[in-house]
Design a protein around this ligand. Sequence first.
Ligand SMILES: NC(=O)c1ccc[n+]([C@@H]2O[C@H](COP(=O)([O-])OP(=O)(O)OC[C@H]3O[C@@H](n4cnc5c(N)ncnc54)[C@H](O)[C@@H]3O)[C@@H](O)[C@H]2O)c1
Length: 298
Amino acid sequence: MTISKVGIIGTGTMGLGVAQVCASAGHDVIAVKATPGPAEKAKDTVAKGLGKMVERGKMEAATRDAILGRMTFTGDENAVTDSDLVIESIIEDLETKKALFRRLDQVCRPDTLLTTNTSTLSVTAMMSVCQKRDRVAGLHFFNPAPVMKLVEVIHGFETSDETLQKLETFCNGINKDPVIVQDTTGFIVNRLLVPYMLNAIRMLERGTGAIETIDHAMKAGAAHPMGPFELADYIGLDVVEAMSMNIYMDVRHEHHAPPHTLTRLVQLGYLGRKTGKGFYDYSAKPPVQNPQLQRPVI
Ligand SMILES: NC(=O)c1ccc[n+]([C@@H]2O[C@H](COP(=O)([O-])OP(=O)(O)OC[C@H]3O[C@@H](n4cnc5c(N)ncnc54)[C@H](O)[C@@H]3O)[C@@H](O)[C@H]2O)c1
């Protein structure tokens, strides 16, 4: 079986990015909005992003139209049952993802590959609720999905070699660089990156330096394209907090627990770029550090 039709569940930052990547590579894509509300809004988001590329002369209008023509948006999860591959990209919550895998395992074709774009959760735990487990794996893309080359292909406990090989071939076909990784919390990239971002937040809490100072130091001193606070805001602070919690629950070392400032920002709904405020306030052009963080967060 070659992968032709791809089902995406979840039309947030990552779901839409991955949907765009797959459609750009010629796949038919069905993108399912996983929470109530009009699914067409997601199409507008993709169309707007592609439209900017056309305006900047980086894409032909005909190419944009062809990509959008290969994408269907719906609120009906059952629309993916006939897909060759499903990539779920819903909220980073294990019980919610397990419930989804249980449903997908029952309704999808027996040869449909079922994958998760989880950042830190156990692929094997999602596999455990499925009857046909050899077709379950992780496909971990990076943000922004249309730009970042890496995909971690996660080898769950009972993922078959055939499934891994099909996923590797699929990733190469959508112009990504796949690496096969064993199913351990945070895999490779997030197991290294999350503690780095948490350390930066603790450094801020200790008063070592301001947000902009720490970001500037890592860009100018370590050649990082973004500082740790810019990166956390870009990823989404709710996602960073969930990743931190998942790693903490695995290793049980307080060093990996979400720092106070991160938890407070998430509680207040300041989730970074996607809500307009996080460590930075994006209503200002250029963004300025969130003024509420100039005094200690209690
Ligand atoms: N943001 C990143 O940098 C990044 C990178 C790689 C992977 N991921 C992973 O991708 C997944 C989605 O993250 P995102 O950044 O797109 O988040 P997001 O907040 O942009 O989107 C979350 C999606 O989950 C859906 N959702 C929310 N509550 C739900 C619920 N109770 N039940 C079902 N669906 C629900 C939303 O409708 C939305 O489609 C997560 O597993 C995350 O860890 C994120």
